[in-house]
Design a protein around this ligand. Structure first.
Ligand code: SF4
Length: 434
């Protein structure tokens, strides 16, 4: 195969998929290919799609993307089409039967197979080498693969398998490589970050890992995502309070608060434990911003349970909130044992009601920041604004800070920004003392 050919790698799904794509792209480039990422152009001879198979919408997006490039291949616009990732892992045989324009389907953890199919010999690449697809000053760091939990609605353990932690030394080497490229902010991600180390060290080692990452020269901010509420390690709370490189930010999906629904979801945590953890986080890490994800319409969520969830959101006032509607996923406990009784309209009505409540909460939390000054990392320029984020904003999912400045500002640099106004999503400000 002529290695000078160009590859367009399309990444769908979550930040863990982004990391997988970046590692594959680095190896393909070492193999002599030139790379495009998420390009709509049909200039590349070879297209590789990293798919998502999490929920119905994500699966539909993955199938539609495959079909788009299958048609391009039929038209002769591209020569080769390869598909890997979660959807392919889960439905490989069906997809192979239905879309024969695809040259090969691979599962997850299939980098070496894809490289072999593209004639790239095994190479001694530095541990964690990545071709970054995020803007150069922030990157995701995937600390483990898979999940040992069995939440009723979730197919991820069926797709990604058991929890496998990456050793601390390898993650520190990867962080050093990233910092060497100018990365200053690391988003720590996994299916379940709080379980980190239980498999390879026999104990939870997330706090030790976060502190080790904070020793890496050049890394200024470390942000913790995908924490699990049950058995939340106290030493992680201490690290969030004491380690100035750890953003006072925590993404911790609670999914629900009703004991009856949490039981049906098999989350292994109760309403009381959930509320005690939130209280402990806010007491022992003052000023921490909490992002959570909630699911509505799960079997067993009657009107009373939904009202309880609305009250929970009204009382807790999360800084960031995402809402999913329950979708029955093949092979999960929910699909096998629970009745998906609510209509999609009713699920959507509940999701909209929660998001409307959150919009008011977010607006009041943002307005309370007016007049204050925050350290902001600059991500890009957009129209008349420089756009950045405080330590309380994760890229691509949270609000931003829109900055006006008479002097040019540099992406990837930090500035002290005085907030002059706000809306429900974003803050507006200017460089302090400018
Ligand atoms: S913790 Fe639950 S929701 Fe998250 S990946 Fe594991 S099984 Fe899925």
């Amino acid at each position: 195969m002529n290695t000078r050919k160009q590859i367009n790698l399309i990444t769908l799904g979550c930040s863990k998929n982004v990391v997988d794509s970046e590692k594959l792209m680095a190896r393909l480039r070492r193999g002599g290919y030139t790379l495009l990422h998420d390009s709509d152009e049909m200039s590349a001879q070879i297209v590789i799609i990293n798919t998502c198979g999490f929920i119905t919408e994500a699966k539909e997006e993955s199938v539609n993307t495959i079909l788009t490039f299958a048609e391009a291949k039929l038209r002769g616009d591209i020569e080769k089409l390869f598909v890997f990732g979660c959807l392919s892992e889960r439905y490989r045989d069906d997809l192979r039967r239905e879309i024969d324009e695809v040259d090969e389907f691979f599962g997850v953890n299939s980098m070496e197979d894809i490289l072999a199919s593209l004639g790239v010999p095994p190479a001694q690449a530095p541990v964690g080498e990545r071709l970054l697809t995020t803007s150069g000053h922030y990157a995701y760091l995937k600390i483990s693969e898979g999940c040992n939990r069995r939440c009723s609605y979730c197919a991820i353990p069926l797709i990604r398998g058991k929890h496998v932690s990456t050793p601390v030394e390898e993650l520190v080497s990867e962080a050093k490589l990233l910092a060497g490229k100018g990365v200053k902010e690391l988003m720590v991600v996994a299916q379940d970050t709080t379980f980190y180390g239980m498999d390879i060290y026999g104990e939870r080692r997330l706090a030790a890992l976060l502190n080790a990452l904070s020793e890496v020269d050049g890394v200024e901010w470390i942000r913790l995502h995908y924490a699990y509420p049950a058995q939340f390690p106290d030493n992680v709370i201490d690290a969030l309070r004491n380690n100035s490189k750890l953003c006072r930010y925590l993404d911790i999906p609670f999914q629900h608060v009703s004991d009856a629904v949490l039981k049906q979801m098999r989350r292994g945590v109760s309403r009381r434990q959930t509320c005690e953890l939130i209280d402990k986080l806010r007491r022992r890490a003052p000023g921490i911003a909490l992002r959570t994800t909630l699911m509505v319409g799960h079997p067993g969520e009657d009107e009373a349970a939904f009202a309880e969830l609305m009250d929970f959101v009204r009382e807790v006032k999360f800084d960031r909130l995402g809402v999913f509607t329950y979708s029955e996923e093949e092979g999960t406990y929910g699909a096998k044992h629970l009745k998906d009784a609510l209509t999609q309209e009713e699920k959507q009505r509940r999701a909209d009601a929660l998001m409307k409540l959150q919009a008011d909460i977010s607006a009041s939390l943002n307005h309370a920041k007016t007049g204050k000054t925050f350290r902001v990392v600059l991500d890009r320029t957009e129209g008349d604004y420089y756009v950045g984020r405080t330590e309380f904003d994760s890229p691509e999912v949270d609000g931003e800070v829109l900055i006006t400045s008479p002097n040019p500002l540099r992406s990837g640099s930090f500035y002290n920004i005085k907030i002059t106004s706000a809306d429900e999503f974003d803050l507006y400000g200017e460089v302090e003392g400018a």
